[in-house]
Ligand binder design. Structure first.
Ligand SMILES: Nc1ncnc2c1ncn2[C@@H]1O[C@H](COP(=O)(O)OP(=O)(O)OP(=O)(O)O)[C@@H](O)[C@H]1O
Ligand SMILES: [Mg+2]
Length: 397
């Protein structure tokens, strides 16, 4: 285990707070992947080896974080991303207790620590990881996975958090529902969970998530919706409503609003609209299995062209989808390219279509059984909600 030789110790259960995030401008657009730094992928792949394989990671933990190793057993890798990997695990002493998700974040490239580029990359990576730990660690809301502890292991970090059985929205669609698009009722139920999380982070914590997308929305076995991955989030706690924020180009290209793509300066009072736009893209994708702009003939790596389409194409909806006018109206307001005209968090939560969310929650209370509730959502079978939609549509026409 010499390859891990280092004297750094493992610090247990510590939640870092108030780590100031450095929002550097980033010019590199990566395909459907989070853009959070310009470090080269090949460096990351090489360095992330300790996280990529269960056996190697176990060896690393045994050697450098005995406390962790004695307490937890890692069971399988769930996913690996640009800055680390997520594992499912459990307590060694109580295997019947709830399972835990461990997000390992890679921090430092020791081998190339002297090169300037490598230093810059490491600084950015560290900033992102610190942002994730400092933000996620303090957020306590039923729509955000609960963080049990944070571990620093050598130069790397690990967040131990609540595990969600159904994984993210993409895996729910692929593995459980085996459908590419979802019913309007299910889309509203998901929108409700995300908007509750956004209300909490925007209004109560002055944080913009900056990376709302299918892969960052999780579902637990009670079908609770949880927003995760705060690695590129930004905060504006020290700013007054009339002040401005210069937007960094972070997030995932397909979900970015025009002002993020242009790294514009916006008013603090408009901050929530960044995430509302990405939410609009996500809901459009869930309902119509497509993005709200066309990508035909566009090379998936041609980010300039994708950004141009996002900024210039007229918003259109597939014909005869059977979706309510209220839903389409909600999407139009979230996806308005003009930030001034777009819904903010309050307007989104007061929208007529969105008000139906409470009816769905009331139905959920009555049904108890999560699988039955999921089926009812999938086949638009919630009578009270359907009646609400009909009545509201009549009022509109
Ligand atoms: N608490 C959790 N429970 C179950 N699955 C999870 C949990 N956290 C993450 N996952 C799975 O791991 C995936 C990646 O997690 P996350 O989005 O936090 O990291 P990431 O996208 O790899 O990070 P980054 O984008 O910073 O590289 C998620 O899309 C989801 O499938
Ligand atoms: Mg993610």
């Amino acid at each position: 285990m010499n390859s891990f030789a280092n004297n750094s110790k493992c610090s247990n259960g510590e939640i870092c707070k108030d780590i100031k995030k450095n929002n550097n401008d980033i010019n590199d657009l990566k395909n459907g992947k989070k853009i959070n730094s310009n470090f080269e992928k090949k460096d990351t792949d090489k360095d992330n080896n300790i996280f990529n394989d269960l056996q190697t990671l176990n060896g690393f933990l045994k050697e450098y974080c005995k406390d962790f190793d004695e307490k937890f057993e890692l069971l399988e890798k769930i996913n690996s991303g640009s800055a680390g990997a997520v594992y499912r695990g459990q307590l060694r002493k109580n295997k019947n207790s709830k399972q835990i998700a461990f997000k390992f974040l890679f921090n430092n490239n020791k081998k190339e620590k002297n090169s300037k580029k490598s230093k810059d990359n490491n600084n950015k990576r560290e900033n992102n990881n610190h942002a994730e730990i400092s933000f996620h660690g303090i957020l306590k809301n039923k729509h955000i996975p609960f963080v049990y502890a944070y571990y620093k292991i050598q130069d790397h970090s690990c967040i131990a958090m609540e595990y969600t059985q159904y994984g993210d929205l993409e895996s729910l669609k692929r593995k459980i529902l085996k459908r590419s698009s979802l019913s309007e009722t299910l889309v509203l139920y998901i929108a409700g969970g995300i908007l509750e999380a956004l209300y909490y982070i925007h209004v109560k914590n002055k944080i913009i998530h900056m990376d709302i997308k299918q892969q960052n929305v999780l579902i637990d076995d009670y079908l609770n919706i949880k927003l995760t991955d705060f690695s590129v989030s930004i905060n504006y706690r020290n700013k007054a409503l009339k002040e401005t924020i210069r937007l960094p180009m972070v997030g995932t290209c397909y979900y970015m609003s025009p002002e993020v793509l242009d790294q514009k300066t916006i008013l603090v009072s408009e901050a929530s609209k960044i995430d509302i736009y990405s939410l609009g893209v996500l809901l459009y994708l869930l309902a119509f299995y497509d993005y709200p702009y066309k990508l035909n003939d566009v090379n998936s790596k041609n980010y300039t062209q994708i950004a141009k389409n996002i900024k210039e194409q007229k918003l259109e909806f597939p014909a005869d989808t059977g979706h309510s006018k209220l839903f389409i109206n909600f999407l139009k307001n979230c996806l308005n390219k003009d930030i001034k005209q777009r819904y903010d968090i309050y307007q989104a939560m007061n929208d007529v279509w969105f008000k139906g969310y409470q009816i769905i929650l009331d139905e959920k209370e009555k049904i108890y059984n999560a699988s039955k509730f999921l089926i009812d959502l999938m086949v638009d079978n919630l009578i009270n909600f359907n009646e609400y939609l009909k009545t509201q549509e009549k009022l509109l026409s």
